[in-house]
Design a protein around this ligand. Structure first.
Ligand SMILES: [Zn+2]
Length: 248
């Protein structure tokens, strides 16, 4: 069973949108973390989070290192810049490292998540990049460490890691979109599906899910209230719909 470590990017009330003042990046990432956790668990993926309290800050590299033993680390964010029109999704991955394939895993998934976020949020595009630190952070004599603290931490414990920027909150359309809880749930569903497919998993489904889809697609029933009894009137109606459909 895969295990994923989710990191809500910021704590408290942090990174307010200048174009949509009710938006705070920290509020969005907390909600998205919780929705994504729920959606991933529906695929039998085990999920841990770097913080269990929205109001407590933790050092960046410690958050990354909390992913020890996980198959994936994702830090959730929205981006900011000085140009309001910029709206793209951005995913930061590891630079090429030859001692492990966690960099390749990160890059493969980054492309898929970037595409997914672009499509779900209807953004202009997405970008995947890497950034190396100018300092020898781990003291191994090489300038080969990650610039971003959470990725530095996650790479040190051998977890494939990503920083995922869900558009730019300096863009009005993005900030407004990310402020709607329903949209965040939709985003969580879409991202969970991409991650689950990456691990080769399908959603836990009820035994009747196939029949339910068939009934809805063919106009036999609306697919609601699966566990309630049907009246005779409802059975007649469903049979008639099937018969009429067959005659056509
Ligand atoms: Zn952020």
């Amino acid at each position: 069973m895969p295990k994923v470590c989710l990191d809500a990017g910021h704590y408290g009330k942090y990174n307010r949108s200048n174009v949509f003042p009710s938006y705070y990046e920290s509020d969005m990432t907390w909600k998205l973390q919780n929705s994504l956790k729920k959606e991933l668990e529906a695929y039998n993926i085990r999920v841990i989070t770097t913080r269990d309290n929205k109001d407590v800050d933790l050092p960046l590299h410690e958050r990354g290192m909390k992913s020890q033993g996980c198959d994936l680390f994702i830090s959730l964010h929205s981006n900011a810049c000085n140009t309001e029109s910029v709206d793209r999704a951005v995913v930061v991955t590891y630079q090429d490292v030859d001692w492990t394939d966690i960099d390749d895993v990160s890059k493969t998934l980054a492309e898929k998540l970037g595409e997914c976020i672009k499509d779900t949020m209807v953004l202009s595009g997405y970008q995947v990049y890497q950034k190396k630190s100018d300092n020898d952070r781990d003291g191994n004599g090489k300038l080969d460490d990650e610039y971003y603290g959470v990725l530095y931490g996650a790479r040190r414990v051998g977890t494939p890691g990503l920083i995922v920027e869900h558009g730019f909150h300096t863009n009005l359309k993005c900030a407004r979109w990310l402020s709607a809880d329903g949209n965040l749930e939709e985003l969580a569903k879409a991202e969970a599906k991409v991650i689950a497919e990456f691990f080769g998993l399908k959603k836990n489904e009820e035994w009747y899910a196939d029949a339910q889809r068939w009934a809805v697609e063919n106009g036999i029933a609306d697919g609601t209230r699966p566990n309630e009894p049907a009246t005779r009137a409802e059975v007649w109606t469903m049979l008639q719909r099937l018969a009429i459909k067959k005659e056509k």
